[in-house]
Design a protein around this ligand. Sequence first.
Ligand code: NAP
Length: 307
Amino acid sequence: MSHIYNRVALIGLGLIASSMAHAMRRGNLAGQIVGHSRSIDTQKKAISLEIFDEVFGSAKEAVENADLVVLCVPVGAMGSVAKDISAYMKAGSTLTDVGSTKRAVIDSVSPHVREDVFFVPAHPVAGTEQSGPDAGFAELFDNRWCLMTPGKVEDHNLNRIEKLKLLWTSIGANVELMDPDHHDLVLAVTSHAPHLIAYTMVGVADDLRRVTDSEVVKYSAAGFRDFTRIAASDPTMWRDVFLSNKDATLEILGRFTEELFALQRAIRTGDGDYLHEYFTRTRELRRGVVEAGQDTDAPDFGRFKGR
Ligand code: NAP
């Protein structure tokens, strides 16, 4: 395939940026891929991967002459990075991001977007609990969703949106356009609240560990092990996610608390029918996720596939 963009600049070289670079190399999607990260250590790691044509210590240098600039820093840093690079971006270029929340990113980045630069916010819904450039891999986005929240699609911006869409589909993702507030609510249900619950459960176990003398770690069972994997996710990234998607996360946690109380009551009163009906419903939802191909690594993938 011929290159979709001549020069792509990735700002913030962690899991997502390096996975994008790997996938763009795999598909030969960009003429040049350059990057910027603030720490020398991350710059050195990124250089050693041999997927970047150049790695810069300054974001301004990285964005010069880039046709596409992708902000891959934590959500809370997007606005200040956008401000720093604004004057150095190429006229006619496209700016995008990969932030896990969209309304806060749009509000913090938009004031720094020049009139001759086009901003298309996006969120690839794919990740692992690892961070840093050496955690990245080309297949991360294969068959995952990339949700783009460009606002109103009009004749003058259609081409830019289509080009970015083509990049993401060529990287391996399925693309859908979405309203930013709707995105934040959906992700609060599917990602943000579950992460907070995992953090809480592991926090509870950590408190208990002091009482049970490491038994929590030693006899760790499947459910808890899954929570610990999620709760190992990057603290800076997730701090920023919760602070920037406050309303939707709190709304979902409110509903979660109501459901938890109902289950608590069923256990206390011995209402087995309620519990059984509830767990049957949740099992159906799990089947839907696996059938949609959204957990191909799952041991039960084969069990539900094709049903
Ligand atoms: P990561 O592996 O922790 O990497 C973050 C990168 O941002 C690092 O290169 C870091 O640079 C740089 N950085 C941090 N603070 C910065 C600042 N104030 N100014 C400039 N650079 C800064 O993170 P990631 O998992 O790739 O996540 C990046 C973005 O993708 C976040 O917005 C996140 O919400 C979004 N996202 C993450 C996932 C996921 O599951 N991980 C999934 C989808 C979207 P140094 O190392 O040089 O300090």
